[in-house]
Design a binder for this molecule. Structure first.
Ligand code: HEC
Ligand code: HEC
Length: 327
């Protein structure tokens, strides 16, 4: 009996060690494989100095505030209060300890940004399940060095089931609006990584797109002001949308048809999430996280056949197509 216990301990220790190693391998690789999706800020990009007292506003808003009020995580700006139902407290100002206001990153109308996720219009059950997965340690960041997903993990671990349900009810009650304009091209403006996104370098060169998606704000100044009515443009390789369409509809050589579960127009089906018109950068991170298994939620097994053999090229093509669809 003692012997067996010792074996169990050894096995458990080995399993744990192996688990840690595998995790390290998976996570260290993510930014190396998909640097445009797991964005790590360039250390040499210095933020432009700005006056914290300067009063700022955005187009179509009657709200104004000092610049210093933009980055307040327990009370993010609400530029367009008529553009969404009244926010519950957890969305507007945050919940219990460690539960930062959801609207700070996902924006008051839930449209989200490439470094986080659009929550508006996702099924209620799906949003609640994701929060449960975080709480249970089953949704881990594919690249811990990328700030926002690691932050979301901490919030997911801290949020109560009630907070999750209130936020899910709010975000699922809104429709997701057209937010990303997809442009096929061979060449893109030079970008740098700052604020966890692609910023176009002012006066920069034009460079080959290669095998990547370059998603960048339509108006960087407005995105920095957390304007929830200013969206994104996603440059994708020429031909990617058509190749992605074929993959999504048939599964191609490396996958299975997505429409069976995500709906004929990828607008979601029952509790299965919508993909149409949403950030290609976010979707690429999820495909990779599901493939490597760091995202291993209660429902993630359903995605196994779809992601097991996907290549980086497949991922670029798929997310180019899904982002190009009307949400
Ligand atoms: C500090 C920024 C930040 C805040 C605040 C934040 N999130 Fe997130 N959230 C993220 C990021 C980043 C992701 C994407 C994670 C990834 O890429 O793997 C995300 C993803 C999600 C998702 C998954 C969406 C999907 O399609 O699977 C849900 C659900 C979610 N957040 C809910 C919430 C709720 C509820 C709150 C408020 C209690 C909240 N978040 C607050 C950054 C944030
Ligand atoms: C058998 C059903 C099924 C099939 C087929 C399927 N999916 Fe999914 N998909 C799901 C489920 C269920 C989830 C939620 C997984 C979770 O909760 O971890 C999901 C999640 C996703 C996500 C993450 C969405 C988000 O908001 O985080 C992406 C991206 C995705 N699927 C893309 C695809 C693509 C692309 C295909 C086809 C190549 C596909 N799926 C095929 C069931 C399926």
């Amino acid at each position: 009996m003692r012997r067996m216990c010792a074996w169990v301990v050894v096995l458990a220790a080995a399993g744990l060690a192996a688990g840690v190693d595998v995790h390290a391998q998976e996570t260290e690789g993510a930014a190396a494989v998909l640097p445009w999706a797991y964005v790590l800020n360039d250390p040499d990009v210095v933020a432009e100095a700005s006056d914290p007292d300067e009063v700022v506003t955005v187009p179509g808003s009657s709200v104004s505030m000092p610049r210093s009020a933009i980055a307040i995580d327990n009370g993010p700006p609400d530029w367009h209060p008529d553009g969404h139902p009244p926010m519950p407290e957890v969305v507007a100002t945050g919940g219990g300890e460690g539960v930062v206001a959801c609207g700070y990153c996902h924006l008051p109308n839930g449209q989200g940004k490439p470094e986080n996720a659009g929550l508006a219009g996702q099924p209620y059950e799906y949003l609640v399940q994701q929060m449960t997965d975080w709480r249970n340690g089953r949704r881990r960041p594919g690249e811990p060095r990328m700030g926002p997903p690691a932050f979301m993990e901490r919030i997911g671990l801290a949020a109560t089931d009630e907070e999750a349900r209130i936020a899910a009810e709010y975000f699922s009650s809104m429709a997701f609006r057209p937010w990303v304009r997809v442009v096929e091209t061979d060449a893109v403006p030079e970008t740098q990584f700052a604020g966890w996104i692609h910023e176009v370098v002012e006066g920069g060169a034009v460079e080959p797109i290669g095998t990547r998606v370059v998603e960048t704000p339509v108006d960087l100044k407005l995105t920095k002001l957390r304007d929830d009515s200013s969206g994104f443009i996603a440059y994708v390789p020429s031909g990617a949308v058509g190749r992605g369409r074929r993959l999504v509809l048939t599964g191609g050589d490396n996958s299975v048809a997505c429409t069976v579960c995500h709906g004929p127009d990828l607008r979601g089906l029952g509790p299965v999430p919508a993909l149409a018109g949403r950030s290609p950068t976010y979707m690429a991170r999820q495909l990779w996280d599901l493939k490597t298994g760091v995202r291993d939620g209660a429902w993630s097994d359903l995605m196994d056949a779809a992601v097991a053999d996907l290549t980086v090229e497949d991922i670029v093509d798929i997310v180019a197509y899904t982002a190009s669809l009307e949400p």
